[in-house]
Unconditional design. Structure first.
Length: 304
């Protein structure tokens, strides 16, 4: 396994691409291969990148290198071998003729049982989005990608990289679904937020240099847009907490602040009428669940 770069260049178009990884290890495998591309290196679909089980364990920061790790890598190999992405533009920003073009990420992805490693060769049309990039790219932290606990967190981190300079990313609910590759999953807004947005925001706020707050825009009674306020600061994992000898982040207080912001956003969306809509009733249930979690965390904080 070659030396990986801490920060790798990734095309803006790839960050904007529509796809949903089948597993977290699939994403980790792809990122570990991209990170081996040297700056300015010319690669083709025949260029091989090797990811060993031991190297993957080091990147993730796990000491348990039992059979479960090898099983994850074998399944991730199959997943990456059939992975496709939908892009709107060429790597240099030129628009494609169709609204979206589907691209194969790899040309070959093979698991070597004896050597306990994966061999990855990127697809011909995928290569320009990760190699020899001189413009229209962002620096992507391999460490952050490996720390994430959800694929949705990785995808939201990519949008923070893409749009953080504007300090806000607003997207229609339909475009958000498409970008995340959700198809018909989580049809209700409350389900979408609970299963996709919330875990993604927890990952980004805990593991990256970005601080994200969530909002929604309505047309009439219908939620049409998601809004993400993006602030850039010091990564949470590197902060020192006052009074903590080990220097670990106070995750409980961080979660309380996050819940308060979410509660304020929900309060703005829930109407004051006597006859709430179905969507407002869903938001009210979500608000009650959020309040219970918030009360529990505050009681625990008061007892420490």
């Amino acid at each position: 396994m070659r030396n990986e770069k801490k920060n790798m260049k990734v095309s803006n178009t790839l960050l904007d691409a529509c796809y949903r990884p089948e597993s977290l290890y699939q994403m980790r495998l792809m990122l570990a291969a991209i990170a081996q591309i040297r700056d300015g290196q010319k690669i083709t679909s025949d260029t091989e990148f090797e990811i060993t089980a031991e190297g993957m364990a080091d990147l993730i920061g796990i000491t348990d290198r039992s059979g479960s790790l090898y099983g994850h890598l074998k399944r991730a190999t199959d997943e990456l071998s059939r992975m496709t992405i939908k892009v709107k533009e060429y790597h240099d920003g030129r628009k494609r003729q169709k609204r979206y073009s589907r691209i194969n990420v790899t040309s070959i992805c093979h698991y070597d049982e004896g050597a306990a490693c994966v061999i990855v060769q990127f697809g011909t049309h995928f290569v320009p989005y990760v190699a020899e990039l001189r413009e229209r790219y962002k620096l992507y932290s391999l460490e952050v990608g490996m720390r994430m606990r959800s694929t949705y967190g990785i995808r939201l981190y990519e949008q923070c990289l893409r749009w953080g300079f504007r300090e806000e990313w607003e997207v229609t609910v339909g475009e958000f679904r498409e970008m995340m590759g959700l198809q018909d999953r989580y049809p209700r807004i409350a389900e979408l937020k609970r299963n996709v947005v919330d875990p993604a925001m927890r990952d980004v706020n805990e593991f990256t240099e970005f601080r994200v707050r969530f909002g929604q825009r309505k047309v009439g009674r219908t939620i049409t847009h998601f809004q993400f306020a993006i602030e850039t600061g010091e990564p949470v994992q590197t902060r020192k907490v006052k009074g903590s000898k080990k220097g670990k982040p106070d995750s409980r207080q961080l979660r309380i602040r996050e819940l308060v912001l979410e509660a304020e956003g929900l309060d703005r969306l829930i109407g004051n009428g006597d006859d709430p809509s179905e969507n407002e009733r869903e938001l009210m249930k979500q608000r009650e669940e959020l309040q219970r979690e918030l009360d529990g965390l505050r009681q625990a904080a008061d007892g420490t």
